[in-house]
Design a protein around this ligand. Structure first.
Ligand SMILES: Nc1ncnc2c1ncn2[C@@H]1O[C@H](COP(=O)(O)OP(=O)(O)OP(=O)(O)O)[C@@H](O)[C@H]1O
Length: 262
């Protein structure tokens, strides 16, 4: 199903954090949300997984306004991998991943054979099968991140939102994760800071600045030297990846000549 953010506005303590934010993610597409620190990326995602209710505007999945859904219905449609997910309880990795099925289970109903296979497949895809019996509290940041993504996959959502999922991951796992997102099935909205990885992994990008989408489209159309200067305040040269043709950015460190040019 497609995901639509329609004219979202969010005010906190009299300050507009999101202003008329509109963005569309087509069914099965991977759309990257990029923008400087504090531009509203995490806040926009929070509106999608209902941690925040916008002051105005609508988030739709297919034809459904998500505020009309029960928490269980919503958890069947949207899975979120967030920065602030805390897993303090002393659960094993396989128990944490199995929790992804909670929106479908009643009471203490055990997982079916199909659900156990789903968990095993997600563990293999995220390279955490060897950690199955370990306590989640003993994992490294990157291992833990991969477990939380496996749990989100097990949820079989229509829409998957991820907030900087490559944080903590080494470069191999960053590339593996972003490659995985592309063939996954659900509609994906992902916040990324690494613009080169965003260009490689996403069908489209939405650029946030000061709570609004200031540009959206293919990475090629969005990642221009002018936009990078105007929105991020950096001077970058845009070249083509020699194998894929995706835009890739080469940055210059800021000496006075560069600062003067911006
Ligand atoms: N609960 C809150 N109370 C007050 N201000 C908030 C709250 N949540 C977010 N903000 C402010 O809203 C703005 C957008 O925050 P948000 O976390 O969405 O930005 P971001 O684009 O995800 O930033 P980053 O790249 O640094 O993670 C920031 O200025 C932040 O300080």
């Amino acid at each position: 199903m497609d995901l639509q953010l329609e004219q979202l506005r969010l005010d906190i303590d009299g300050r507009q954090i999101l202003r008329d934010l509109s963005l569309q993610v087509g069914t099965g597409q991977v759309v990257g949300l990029i923008g400087p620190n504090g531009s509203g990326k995490s806040t926009a995602l929070r509106c999608v997984y209902r941690a925040l209710r916008p002051t105005a505007g609508v988030v739709r999945i297919g034809a459904t306004d998500i505020v009309e859904l029960s928490p269980r219905e919503s958890a069947q449609l949207v899975a979120a991998v967030t920065q602030d997910a805390t897993v303090e309880l002393d659960f094993t990795v396989e128990e944490v991943i199995a929790l992804g099925r909670a929106p479908y289970l009643k009471g203490n109903q055990p997982l079916s054979g199909r659900e156990l296979e789903l968990c095993a497949t997600a563990m293999r895809r995220l390279d955490v099968a060897h950690l199955a019996r370990r306590s989640i509290t003993t994992l490294s940041g990157g291992e833990r991140q991969r477990v939380l993504i496996a749990r989100a996959l097990v949820q079989e959502p229509e829409v998957l939102v991820l907030d900087e999922p490559t944080n903590h991951l080494d470069i191999r796992h960053q590339i593996e994760l972003l490659s995985l997102l592309r063939g996954l099935g659900p509609t994906v909205l992902v916040v990324l800071h690494d613009l080169n990885l965003a260009a490689a992994a996403c069908d489209r990008l939405g650029v946030l600045s000061d709570g609004s989408v200031v540009a959206s489209g293919t990475p090629q159309s969005v990642l221009t030297e002018e936009l990078l200067a105007a929105v991020f305040g950096v001077q970058a040269s845009v070249v083509r990846h020699p194998l894929t043709g995706a835009p890739q950015l080469l940055y210059s460190l800021m000496d006075q000549t560069v600062k003067d040019a911006l």
